[in-house]
Design a protein around this ligand. Sequence first.
Ligand code: PFF
Length: 512
Amino acid sequence: MENERGSWGSNIGFLLAAIGSAVGLGNIWGFPYKMGKSGGFTFLIVYLLLAAFVGFTIMMGELALGRKTGTGPIGAYHAVSKRFKWIGWLAVFSPFIIMSFYSVLGGYCIEYMSLNLSNLAFQNPAISGGDLFHSMLTNPLGSVVYTILFLIICYLINRGGISGGIEKFNNVGMPALFVMLVIIIIKSLSLPGSIEGLKFMFVPGYAVSGGFIEAAPNISTVLATAGGQMFFSLSLAMGAMITYGSYLDKKENLVKNSAIIVIADTTIAIMAGIAVIPAAVAYGIQQGIPVGEIALGGPSLLFVTLQNVFNSMGGVGALFGVIFYMLVLIAAITSAISLIEVISTFFLDHAAQKGRKASRPKVVLLVCLAILAEASLVAVDGLGSNGVWVPGQAAFGISGWNDCWLDFMDMLSEGIAMPLGAMLMSIMIGWEIRPKSMLDEIHSGAGSGMDSFFSVCMKLIAPLGMVLILSGQISDFFGKGARIAGYIIGIVIYVIGVAVAVTSPMRKAAHK
Ligand code: PFF
């Protein structure tokens, strides 16, 4: 039923939007590369186990928290917790920070899509991916303009509201994305040499024996990589699923919905891998490039290697280029609108609580303008190409997390706020308000006997998994030596968190 806040028109509409939020740049350039590098099939098993035990439970927890309280993360934590009220702020801070680079990357996709479109229309001579990328990065004004275009698209969707904007866009965008993905997969697998790419992704140890990387990562690195990727990919710990859950009807089954979102996101990540990695590897082999030197992940995979792949296909290449960059653009939009919605919902709920009615279009406009201000920094910086000052460089030298504004923002959000927020949320549910209160919500949609599984995951497995992920992120950003410090920091936070939770008056209330 549509109320003042709005709500999903149907469960399938909700599912497509939640899957849309999950499927994003992380699936296309993160998952396949990390999977290949970190042991192929072995990584997949680790990822699936983590997704089943940690991701699925946190997904259920977030959807239940949103639906139970009927508000976004800040209101939700305020409503249920005494001691962890402030975590909601983390869950609004992260989406805001993520949008600083997500919208710039979305802008790059628009630029590449239009370039390929004009190549198609005017038969322009192909420019190499490397040259294109370089000229794009070193053109700050152009990057800002494309970022604005991306944000305008998001604004137009978000201002339409939950069912009138977000759901409508996903209803068309997600099936379209799927069809385009299948087209690219068929083309990619038809290229000679593509089998090497498949082996890189799926055969255990092939990344090393096939010459892609020098040494396999150790198991704790694999665990941390898989965990960090899983959280980002499933849009967890950023308030997105709490927000989307807050618009969901009480009768919908949260267990089934969470399982569908996790399975769909993982399936599309594997499909995205089969679409991009074999094509990139086939191209490298055809050009005589050693496989270890082909960029198979991150922005250079999308904007250098794959553009070269399309160039090498001759006349039809531009057509595949248009299809591919449109696919990535849709994936980026459906994720970005969920991030924008977290922030907008906060302001809308806040006004409603104060008895005022805020205008959604105005709120969304202000949110997009604030994002544009921070995104302009990332755009002008051009991945560090334009020598813009980045915080921390003077004191620490350039060391991974402060190479460029994108890495700095990524460190703040994906590196710290996300694993910390997820750990504190599971401690709050597991130890303060107790799993039962969430299970009651989960069961109102007739979920099935998952009670002890949910409790053990929330109390122990999820937060300890987060300790691993946090230390992995810390060592990724600050160097290997920081890993042990990461473990210690993580365990200390867990112990203090549990102590704070068990002494909370809410716990006693939940006990009665
Ligand atoms: N899940 C998105 C991706 O894989 O690219 C990124 C993301 C979207 C993270 C929304 C968090 C979020 F709330």
